[in-house]
Design a protein around this ligand. Structure first.
Ligand code: ADP
Ligand code: MG
Ligand code: MG
Length: 483
């Protein structure tokens, strides 16, 4: 491939940056400004140009999504498996323990699975390129089953890059990758519309007259525009209204009808509860949330996206156990080929418990810590421990406490270069990218009604940073230029 990104003079770069900033503001590629008045906003961090990504790897990740949607659903229905995996972790990790208690309580009441289940997932991948090899392959970082975000801003960024490529780069730097005004190397992406389609389908199946989809959000959410785009797509394309409430508002004001199990808030009937909060302990700390953190609404007839079981299936511990020999086969006995294909995307993962394997993994991590990431049962970025920070952490934990973590092989993606734009300034950096694939799943009485792959996200970060979140300030939103 030709050198990327192309050489630009300082004047060209300044010109492209100005064009991109104005485009971003005009098209809603925005987030709430930090620490400021509620209505202030700023551009989301983004890559000035798309980052090259191998087409074959992109297609493979897309093709796997329906299998992973199905896997999440099948695992969520296997109570014995869930208990076996989480019993120990729940004892040492307070947050997982709390979710697990709610799960067990609901299960005891016979309502683990409602007749209708909705999953809005995102599976994330890094490219794996061992030294000396030429062809990269994908390695799954994790599957998010709750609050997977950035579908809308990823779609915005795809449009920004199409504009930059076809209109400006095409003019500024003719030839090479910019040769086509249609730019087939930039794949279509309307991930937020896909999520809206999933929500609308669940809402319609529920068929509650004059009801609303409720999105549960964090107080002062900076990423609310990403959420708003889903609301707009839901209304414009499906005529389904969405309302926003915080976890506290839900706890204070939601009511559950004892007979019909109808969920209402502020006089409105709710068909689907879509959580963009509730994935971490922070959301349960408020005094109003109380100890149950909203669990009183779980027995309601409203579809919860995700269900408590789906949320638990997204745990890092679950991912590690599903990578063990024979685990996928338990859920796909009819298709060794599906198991082979999913497993080919897994990185090495190891328990860190008191088992012989756990001891072996801990010893390996102490010997060559730079080859590993240590992960707790958390979501939202900024929680992992890398390289030389691993040995002191291991040393500080009892054997029981270690089992709250998993160990994972460090994936080493190939280095690319791009300009990253954040807070109105751009820097050229050596970068690595993480691909996310959005999936929607809807089932009724155990049979799939919808199972689709609906779009993608590329997050790109400077190679020096180990963690990769956009919201946590590590990465920018990007889109793939398929090569
Ligand atoms: P979270 O649920 O908090 O997003 P992740 O498992 O996605 O947790 O880890 C956060 C970030 O850490 C990822 O976006 C990625 O940049 C980095 N990371 C996670 N696992 C690995 C790995 N095995 N190799 C290299 N980087 C990783
Ligand atoms: Mg996650
Ligand atoms: Mg992640």
């Amino acid at each position: 491939m030709a050198a990327y990104p192309p050489h630009l003079t300082p004047e060209q770069l300044e010109q492209l940056h100005t064009l991109a900033q104005d485009w971003a503001s005009s098209h809603g590629l925005v987030v709430g400004a930090p620490n400021s008045a509620p209505n202030r906003l700023t551009q989301a961090p983004y890559a000035l140009l798309p980052t090259p990504f191998p087409r074959g790897c992109f297609e493979e990740a897309r093709a796997l999504q329906k299998l992973f949607n199905q896997l999440v659903d099948r695992v969520s229905r296997d109570d014995a498996f869930i208990r076996n995996v989480l019993d120990q972790v729940a004892q040492v990790d307070e947050f997982t323990g709390r979710l697990y208690d709610v799960y067990k309580q609901i299960h005891a009441e016979g309502q683990t699975q409602q007749s209708i289940t909705l999953g809005l997932h995102r599976a994330d991948y890094l490219l794996h390129l061992p030294a000396g090899e030429e062809r990269a392959s994908i390695r799954q970082v994790e599957i998010n089953t709750i609050s997977a975000s950035f579908g809308a801003l990823a779609s915005r960024t795809g449009h920004l890059h199409r504009y930059m490529h076809t209109r400006h780069c095409y003019v500024l730097i003719p030839g090479r990758l910019y040769g086509s005004p249609n730019c087939p190397a930039l794949p279509e992406n309307e991930a937020h519309a896909g999520y809206a389609r999933g929500l609308a389908a669940a809402h319609k199946l529920m068929a509650i007259p004059n009801s609303y989809v409720l999105i549960v959000v964090q107080e002062g959410e900076r990423n609310r525009f990403d959420q708003r785009w889903i609301e707009y797509a839901l209304w414009e394309q499906h005529r389904v209204p969405m309302i926003r409430r915080t976890m506290d508002e839900l706890n204070e004001r939601a009511t559950l009808d004892a007979d019909t199990k109808a969920l209402r808030i502020d006089g409105l009937d709710i068909s689907v509860v879509y959580y963009r909060a509730g994935y971490g302990p922070e959301d349960y700390h408020s005094a109003k949330a109380g100890k149950d953190g909203g669990s009183h609404i779980l027995p309601s007839r409203a579809v919860k996206c995700p269900s408590i079981a789906y949320q638990l299936v997204g745990a890092k511990k679950m991912q590690q156990v599903l990578a063990e020999p024979g685990a996928l086969e338990r859920f796909f006995p009819e298709s060794p080929e599906a198991c082979r294909r999913m497993r080919a995307s897994f990185a090495g993962m190891y328990p860190l418990d008191g088992s012989a394997e756990g001891e072996k993994a801990a010893a390996a991590a102490l010997a060559t810590p730079d080859d590993y990431v240590m992960k707790p049962q958390r979501e939202g970025g900024g929680n992992n421990v890398y390289g030389r920070d691993i040995p002191p952490l291991l040393a500080s934990l009892s054997t029981a406490e270690r089992s709250a973590y998993i160990l994972m092989d460090l994936i080493r993606p190939p280095l690319m270069h791009n300009w990253l734009v954040r807070d109105g300034a751009y820097v050229k950096a050596g970068v690595v990218s993480e691909l996310g694939i959005y999936g929607i799943w809807l089932s009724q009485n155990g049979s799939a009604v919808v199972n689709d792959e609906v779009g993608h996200l590329l997050r790109t970060k400077s190679e020096e940073v180990q963690e990769g979140g956009v919201a946590t300030g590590f990465a920018v939103i990007d889109s793939p230029l398929l090569v």
